[in-house]
Design a protein around this ligand. Structure first.
Ligand code: DC
Length: 237
C-alpha cells in the first residue's frame, strides 16, 4: 500500500470524534490517529518547559523535536505516558493556544502526513479533510449542538469531568470553539465534499453504524467510489 488510505473525521470539541474514530479504526483494522492529542502534547511539553504560549519560535522548535507517539489512544512524549495528563483544563487551553500558531501547524501537519505513509488510518481533528488530507478517501464532519457537546465532554471520564461542572465546561468549550473556528490558519470548517453527521440526538455508537452503512465501510476504502454530493447531512431520526 503506497498511497495512504485515510478516513478523515473532523468536527468541534466534545462531538464524539474519538469514539467514532476508534470504532471505525477497530472495524477496519486501521490505525487511529488523534491529531488533537498532538497539539495537546506540544501544549503539555511547552508548559513543562515553562515556554511562553505566545513564543511561536520556541514552541515550533519544540513541536519539531518532541518525541511523540499518539497512536491508538496512547499519548507518549519524550518517553513519558501523558495520555491522562493532556486532558486537563490547563492543557485544553495550552493546546488551543499552540494550535493557533502557523509554524506549529506546519510542523504537525507534516508529522501527521508521515503517520499515514503506507498504511490505513482513521485520523481525527479539525483540518484533516481540508488541509492535512484534502484527497482523503472518506471525509466525515461530525456536529452536535453546543449544549449536547458540553454534556458529553462533562461526562467524559478521560477529561475528569462530572455533571456538576457542566456550566464551566460549556463556557470553556465555547471559548475554545470560537478560537478554533476563527483563527487565521486552518480554522475549523466543513470540507465541501464531507458527509456531515448531526449527532445531537443520536448516541455515538449509532453514528458509527450509520457511517459504516452509508459509506459501505465494510469494504476497503481504496475500493470505494466516494462520490458523495457536497456536504450531505445525515440524520438518524
Ligand atoms: O480535539 P482536541 O480537543 O483534543 O484538540 C485540542 C486542540 O487542538 C483544540 O483547540 C483544537 C486543536 N486542533 C486543531 O487545531 N487541529 C487539529 N487537527 C486537531 C486539534
Amino acid at each position: 500500500m503506497d498511497r495512504p488510505v485515510v478516513i478523515a473525521i473532523d468536527g468541534p470539541s466534545g462531538v464524539g470524534k474519538g469514539t467514532v474514530s476508534r470504532a471505525l479504526a477497530r472495524a477496519l483494522g486501521y490505525t487511529h490517529v488523534d491529531t488533537g492529542a498532538m497539539y495537546r502534547a506540544v501544549g503539555w511539553a511547552a508548559h513543562q518547559r515553562g515556554l511562553s504560549l505566545i513564543d511561536e519560535d520556541a514552541v515550533s522548535a519544540l513541536a519539531a523535536t518532541l518525541q511523540l507517539t499518539v497512536e491508538d489512544g496512547l499519548v507518549v512524549a519524550d518517553g513519558t505516558d501523558i495520555t491522562r495528563a493532556v486532558r486537563t483544563p490547563d492543557i485544553d487551553r495550552a493546546a488551543t493556544a499552540v494550535a493557533r500558531m502557523p509554524k506549529v501547524r506546519e510542523i504537525l501537519v507534516d508529522r501527521q502526513r508521515a503517520l499515514a505513509r503506507g498504511r490505513g488510518v482513521v485520523m481525527e481533528g479539525r483540518d484533516i479533510g481540508t488541509v492535512v488530507f484534502p484527497d482523503a478517501d472518506v471525509k466525515i464532519y461530525l456536529d452536535a449542538s453546543p449544549e449536547e457537546r458540553a454534556r458529553r465532554r462533562a461526562a467524559d471520564p478521560a477529561h475528569g469531568g462530572g455533571p456538576q461542572e457542566l456550566a464551566a465546561v460549556a463556557t470553556a468549550l465555547a471559548a475554545r470553539d470560537k478560537i478554533d473556528s476563527t483563527r487565521s490558519v486552518s480554522p475549523l470548517m466543513v470540507a465541501p465534499d464531507a458527509i456531515v453527521v448531526d449527532t445531537t440526538d443520536i448516541p455515538v455508537d449509532a453514528v458509527v453504524a450509520r457511517v459504516m452503512e452509508k459509506q459501505e465501510l465494510t469494504k476497503p476504502p481504496a475500493a470505494l467510489a466516494v462520490s458523495q454530493p457536497p456536504a450531505t447531512v445525515l440524520r438518524a431520526k
